[in-house]
Design a protein around this ligand. Structure first.
Ligand code: UT7
Length: 329
């Protein structure tokens, strides 16, 4: 009998989330800036978002999401030897949010660090954790997307302040064994891209080494929109090509939740059926690196995403950065 080839796979064991308490509706925003519920819903799909209170820092939300993910996975913090937090809104310039999560969970072994790829951060973080696990160096990772974008918004700027929300989502990614087939459970392929020439289309106008301030988010929405669909469909096409799969094989499509029109146009371009799309943009707004794990948490919690499902994740954001991850649940 021929020897079966074994490969290391990183398997999603649990998904968790933590949202701030405070809901802010479009009607609430009508009182702050010159906007309407109708404009926001038509252009973006967003109806409400959560906004973090003073005590709800990025690390607090991230820790809550991590605890939820560990509970769902039936894991204890003692199992974790890697924490990767995707965020562009850390509690402090340093130390990393990941090390604060590590301390809050009482973990003293392994490594913890942040990844900064703005809205693509969670896809970057999965790709990194997957490579750590596949190499054999680490066994059990918390991969977290956590943001408090409300803290870097210019609340006078109606073109940006209506778009974003706060929150955190997390997954437990742990070592499993596969046969190198697309039927294996775990992360099957990841594709990361970036192009720094697009900085001025989506950036924050401050930082430690330039202004010595935190700064505010600035976006030329129309320019970002123009690039978004092409970029995310490119990396999803790469994922299909690398695995010999197609849109028909997907059980679920869990995109970055920036704008419903971008999500729908991307799905349509690749022939992904509308009923396979997980959308949370209506209730969460754009939570940057947190949007995918928050959407995963909703779709796992309500029973849509099940073990064995093929799930496509994708995101695009500041930098530009963009990427995809194809995962067998
Ligand atoms: O997550 C990272 C990636 N980010 C994104 O994916 C965001 C990508 N971009 C977008 O989602 C969309 O471009 C927006 C939702 C930001 C804007 O939608 P749009 O259809 O591209 O609108 P626009 O920027 O072309 O603006 C249309 C009009 C403008 O008025 P004029 O110049 O046509 O008179 C804006 O001033 O809408 C006006 N406008 C608003 N009106 C009411 C802009 N913001 C608002 C607002 N309320 N909040």
């Amino acid at each position: 009998m021929s020897e079966m080839r074994k490969v290391q796979r990183s398997v999603v064991e649990g998904v968790g989330a933590r949202l701030p308490e405070k809901r802010v509706t479009n009607a609430d925003l009508e009182k702050i800036v010159d906007t309407t519920d109708e404009w926001i819903v038509q252009r973006t799909g967003i109806r409400e978002r959560r906004i973090a209170g003073p005590g709800e820092t990025t690390s607090v939300l991230a820790t809550g999401a991590a605890q939820d993910a560990l509970a769902k996975a039936g894991r204890s913090a003692a199992d974790v030897d890697l924490i990767v937090v995707a965020t562009s809104t850390p509690d402090y310039t340093f130390p990393s949010t990941a090390t604060q999560v590590q301390a809050a969970l009482g973990i003293t072994r392994g490594a913890a660090f942040d990844v900064q790829a703005v809205c693509s951060g969670f896809v970057y973080a999965i790709a990194i954790a997957d490579k750590f696990i596949a190499s054999g160096s680490h066994d059990c990772a918390l991969v977290i997307g956590a943001e408090t974008f409300s803290r870097i918004l210019d609340w006078q700027d109606r073109t940006t302040c209506v778009l974003f929300g706060d929150g955190a989502g997390a997954i437990v990614l742990a070592r499993g064994e596969g046969e190198g087939k697309i039927s294996d459970r775990g992360v099957l392929t990841t594709h990361l891209r970036s192009d720094g020439r697009h900085r001025e289309k989506l950036f924050v106008d401050g930082g430690p080494s330039t202004t010595g301030t935190v700064g505010h988010l600035r976006m030329s929405g129309r320019d970002v929109f123009r690039h978004a669909v092409g970029m995310v469909t490119d990396v999803m096409t790469d994922a299909f090509a690398a695995t010999g799969t197609s849109a028909q094989d997907l059980a679920w499509f869990v995109p970055h939740q920036a704008n419903e029109r971008i999500i729908d146009a991307s799905a349509e371009k690749l022939g992904i059926a509308p009923e396979k799309i997980v959308k949370t943009v209506h209730t969460h707004g754009n939570t940057s690196a947190a949007s995918i794990p928050l959407a995963l948490s909703v779709a796992c919690g309500d029973g849509r995403i099940k073990r064995g499902d093929l799930v496509m994740l994708e995101a695009m954001g500041g930098g530009f950065t963009w990427g995809s991850a194809l995962v067998r649940w």
